[in-house]
Design a protein around this ligand. Structure first.
Ligand code: NZQ
Ligand code: ZN
Length: 383
């Protein structure tokens, strides 16, 4: 196991009815801006629950944060924060609303153009405190310090990390996820699966606690994911999926082990250029990364195959092959298609992705061996 340090200060408030507790977590005199997306919270009763919980408090609203949140939209919210002297942000929605809120929290505290946080590694000197009501289990953003933002004008999708934007608290009420459409259930399960894969399907370092933890998250997804599609209002199923996605990316399973993240970096470019959902891009790319990089990842692919999918027959090459096939079949069973052509994309979509990564000097993977040429090979195998 490699050396590491770990701390995570986010307070999790889990379970049905928990939205009622948010006011206790927010200073009584705070001027709060509630941020939300395209309106799902107004259809599933979450908006009313938040308003009720915040009765008598200074509550402002900013809606319209898009999936793959736009930098431009977030900057409008920053203006509102300055105008109304907002000193607390309450993110109500999925990962996109929360990521946008993290940028809003930090943008006032960075010198010059806030886009510098995303592309130049500028760090904010401070951030507004954030509270969260999560309605879509997927990103882990509710318990991590990352955010992924898209600049609409240039179609760039980039990320930043700052401990200053770690939420103060996150409310996870599984009942809020009953209203998710099948497409978002599938995307969320795939995203969670791939977060684990990025931190687990690398090479062995003898980190047994992290490995078994990662495998337990994957096993829960395989067990409960299809069930969520079949019986959407099953509280136990939704609870397990929600908790699984938080743990998949709250920093814990990455401690003391190598990390990959190539699938995410390639996927972000596909979303930025062609508009596919985050989860859809991951379902396309991960099987390709595993297949092309099997020389480096073989031992862990086989370990996952055996412990998560029960692959125990055949020689090494056959076990790796079977394991990747089972993983891809699982994504398909969640209703998430795994080929570029399934989304109307042909081979000519590949070069722009490769060029963007090459222009940025990106060399990806746990061993920094996924060069732009390898990205081309990976994507050619995914048409
Ligand atoms: O906008 P509204 O109307 O709220 O609708 C949303 C949106 O259309 C809808 N939705 C959310 N909760 C719902 C619901 N519909 C019905 N019932 C509910 N309970 O779902 C749609 C997608 O929402 P979005 O927030 O975009 O999805 P997700 O949570 O998957 O977030 C994806 C974004 O997170 C980034 C991705 O790149 C993408 O931009 N990521 C952030 C990470 C992080 N901060 O750590 C890590 C991830 O790898 C990921 O990259
Ligand atoms: Zn992701």
């Amino acid at each position: 196991m490699n050396n590491f340090s770990f701390s995570n200060s986010v307070k999790i408030i889990f379970g049905k009815g928990s939205i009622a507790k948010i006011a206790e977590e927010i200073p009584a005199d705070a001027r709060v801006l509630m941020t939300y997306g395209g309106g799902s919270i107004k259809k599933n009763g979450v908006y009313e629950q938040v308003k009720k919980a915040m009765e008598g408090r200074e509550l402002f609203e900013f809606g319209g944060i898009e999936p793959n949140p736009h930098f431009e939209t977030c900057m409008k919210a920053v203006e509102l924060c300055k105008k109304e002297k907002i000193d607390f942000l309450l993110s109500v929605g999925g990962g996109s609303v929360l990521d946008g809120t993290k940028l809003i929290a930090a943008a006032q505290f960075v010198e010059g153009d806030p886009w510098g946080i995303l592309v130049e590694g500028k760090q904010p000197s401070n951030a507004l405190p954030i509270g969260v009501v999560l309605t879509l289990p997927a990103t882990g953003s509710e318990m991590n310090s990352g955010a992924v933002i898209t600049k609409d004008a240039t179609k760039e999708k980039r990320d930043f990390n700052s401990r200053l934007v770690l939420p103060k608290f996150s409310v996870l009420d599984p009942e809020t996820t009953y209203s998710l459409p099948p497409r978002q259930i599938g995307n969320g399960v795939v995203d969670t699966f791939v977060h684990v894969a990025e931190q687990y399907l690398t090479y062995p370092v003898g980190a047994k606690v992290q490995d078994r933890f990662a495998e337990s998250i994957l096993s829960v997804l395989v067990e409960e994911g299809p069930q969520a599609l079949k019986t959407p209002e099953d509280y136990e199923v939704r609870s397990n999926l929600m908790w699984a996605s938080t743990w998949a990316l709250n920093g814990w399973i990455s401690k003391g082990v190598p990390e990959d993240w190539a699938t995410h970096m390639i996927g972000h470019e596909i979303t930025a250029l062609y508009g596919l959902d985050h989860g859809q891009t991951l379902a396309i790319v991960l099987p390709g990364v595993l297949s092309v990089m099997r020389g480096e990842k073989g031992a862990k692919i086989m370990q996952m195959g055996e412990r998560v999918f029960g692959v125990s027959e055949g020689d090494e090459a056959s076990r790796i092959e079977q394991s990747i096939a089972k993983l891809e079949a699982f994504f398909v069973s969640m209703g998430v298609k795994t080929r570029l052509s399934d989304y109307g994309l042909a081979e000519d979509c590949i070069e722009p992705v490769v060029k963007r990564l090459a222009d940025r000097g990106a060399v990806l993977g746990e061993n920094k061996t996924i060069t732009p040429e390898k990205v081309r090979e990976i994507l050619k195998a995914r048409v």
